[in-house]
Design a binder for this molecule. Structure first.
Ligand code: MRU
Length: 365
């Protein structure tokens, strides 16, 4: 009998085999298959093809990935080692543009390499060891951060509430609790009896294939709905809050998340349902002033026309527009739930305060 999906690591390091091990999420929920990524191309492809996806999970995979690649660099002089390291870093960073966690994790790894090798004059072997520890710290930190987001988010809802979520911001998008699902899992542990509505999330079906799968496997009361049903369930009073994840939060609170999130937020505003964006501070990008400056990934036509269908469902040659994310304007968001508390409007001020709180604690929760 197959194990429960919750018992598998979304991303793990196999140091002995020098590999990043992931669940191939393109095969879920039908098949749970672990794959080992050893080369730069393997890691790039896995991120681009969404075998590993979700902002925090991409960050952890990239951190472990650059460590694994650092073991393949032969150069023993730090300057030469660093040149090769930079090439790998830039290559991995080019795999997906919207989720800031990817470049955030790679920058963190680069800073560790520079501190150890350049500033402290350590050997390349010692630099590698520092990189290994940092990659594992990034993974462990994600568990603590998501748990805190869960605690902070749980205070915004009450037992028996209906919660709508879009895409997958769950364990499969992170390490353990997920972000948008963290309040749901913590509430479930406490017997809150939430009713969750999971949007199927066209075109890649992360809601149907991943969110419905992990919540159902965990015994959470989850109902799968199509993306165009949110107004129906909200108008019937079935939803008391929307919890979603995010890929990048701009300094003014505008938020990029999976395509369709802004539709849900617009409908929620109409029906007076609060929308909470669950965001680890690693997803907050104070360097990007507003949502207009966030680069939105566009993906291949076939994801819309034929992927997941038995046969093509659109005429050959038809024009397709397939942005992977959209920006939800800050005035549609009721709160941004971070590990350091819930930011409220005006976000340019509250997000700054959250980041100051983080720096004051040296990033230690
Ligand atoms: O294209 P994906 O599947 O990587 O998109 C994922 C999302 O949009 C998630 O909501 C976001 O990354 C937050 S995951 C905690």
């Amino acid at each position: 009998m197959e194990n429960n999906i919750m018992e598998y690591d979304t991303v793990a390091l196999d140091d002995e085999k020098s590999a990043v091990v992931i669940i191939d999420q393109t095969l879920l929920p039908g098949r749970t298959e672990l794959i080992s990524l050893k080369t730069a191309q393997d890691i790039w492809d896995a991120i681009y093809l969404l075998k590993v996806r979700g902002a925090p999970a991409i960050g952890v995979a990239a951190a472990m990935g650059i460590y694994v690649l650092s073991k393949q660099i032969q150069e023993e002089d730090f300057g030469d080692f660093y040149d090769r390291f930079r090439e790998y870093k830039d290559y991995l960073d080019s795999s997906r543009p919207t989720a800031v966690n990817l470049s955030w994790a790679l920058k963190r790894m680069e800073a560790v390499a520079l501190k150890a090798g350049r500033d402290e004059g350590k050997s390349v072997a010692e630099v590698r060891e520092a990189l290994r520890r940092e990659a594992l710290d990034i993974r462990d930190e994600d568990i603590r951060v998501c748990r805190k987001i869960g605690e902070n988010g749980l205070g915004l809802v009450k037992p028996g509430d209906g919660i709508l979520t879009h895409c997958n911001a769950g364990k499969l998008a992170a390490v353990k609790y997920g972000t948008a699902t963290a309040p749901i899992y913590l509430g479930h542990e406490k017997g809150y009896g939430f009713r969750v509505y999971a949007d199927e999330t066209r075109p890649l079906l992360q809601g149907a294939r991943l969110t419905a799968f992990e919540l159902h496997s965990s015994g959470v009361d989850v109902t799968l709905i199509c993306d165009n049903m949110s107004a129906n369930v909200m108008s019937r009073g079935l939803v008391q809050a929307v919890f979603v994840g995010c890929d990048r939060v701009a300094a003014n609170g505008d938020t990029a998340n999976k395509i369709g999130t802004s539709v849900v937020a617009t409908v929620a505003k109409h029906y007076g349902v609060p929308v909470y964006v669950c965001a680890p501070t690693s997803t907050i990008d104070m360097e990007t002033p507003t949502g207009a400056e966030i680069r939105i990934e566009e993906r291949p036509d076939r994801e819309v026309t034929e992927m997941w269908y038995k046969e093509r469902m659109a005429p050959e040659g038809v024009k397709v527009y397939n942005p992977a994310f959209d920006v939800t304007a800050h005035d549609l968001i009721s709160g941004i739930v971070t590990e350091y508390g819930v930011a409220r409007a005006p976000y340019s001020q509250s997000l700054r305060e959250i980041m100051e709180k983080k720096h004051a604690s040296s990033g230690l929760l």
